[in-house]
Design a protein around this ligand. Sequence first.
Ligand code: 13P
Length: 253
Amino acid sequence: MRVKFVAGNWKMNGDRAANEALLTALVPALSALSGIESVVCPPFVYLQQVKSLLGGTKTALGAQDLCQFGNGAYTGGVSAAMLRDAGCSHVIVGHSERRALFGETDDLVAEKFAVARGNGLVPVLCVGETLAERESGTTESVVDRQLQAVLQRCGISAFRGAVLAYEPVWAIGTGKTATPEQAQAVHAFIRSRLAGADAKVAAEVRIVYGGSVKAANAAQLFAMADIDGGLIGGAALVAEEFAAICRAAAQKH
Ligand code: 13P
């Protein structure tokens, strides 16, 4: 049995007052749950604040990105070591917004994955196709290309304990959720590709879905055999929504 994993990606949202209000409502709701792993991923500048608001709860702290370099002359960068020092256990790698808006290539994403692993951070590796790619029937080849870049750079053993997030770009922030069947099909494909390298790692790795997940659709998605939780954007900024999504993940499926 894979333990469900739910991460909130706040993206570039929040301020000190809003973060405090969100966490004050969220912490008691999440503390009441057992049997899931939850993570919140605020912007870098709020990591320290969110860490202290989380206090001793089980909810973990994640970053939304990391620099591929170690500490040194890399103006504007934030290293894996700094994320560890700030209390992070997780880091999102290769989010589609990083790929599309910040020019991150498959190779750079693979390098970041390697650096996260090398520094003891759990990478949450995002893959997913655009609408044009889906419509042209290339979903599997796109997702496979993104996956193979990391497999080739890091090897299958690096996926042990890592998390994969299937986030179809057309479903992110659009209100258009992939149907549970559409998401399941891609999750099963990802797992089968990993199984080609190591069946045990493939069976154990969590593959979570992201793209317009809300309290209203979470349970149906999480009921699918290969959907092991969610990577939540907009709904992670609303305490009651995020808590309800975590409750859906904590139900027995
Ligand atoms: P939304 O939940 O806002 O669609 O965002 C999904 C996402 O990109 C999470 O990383």
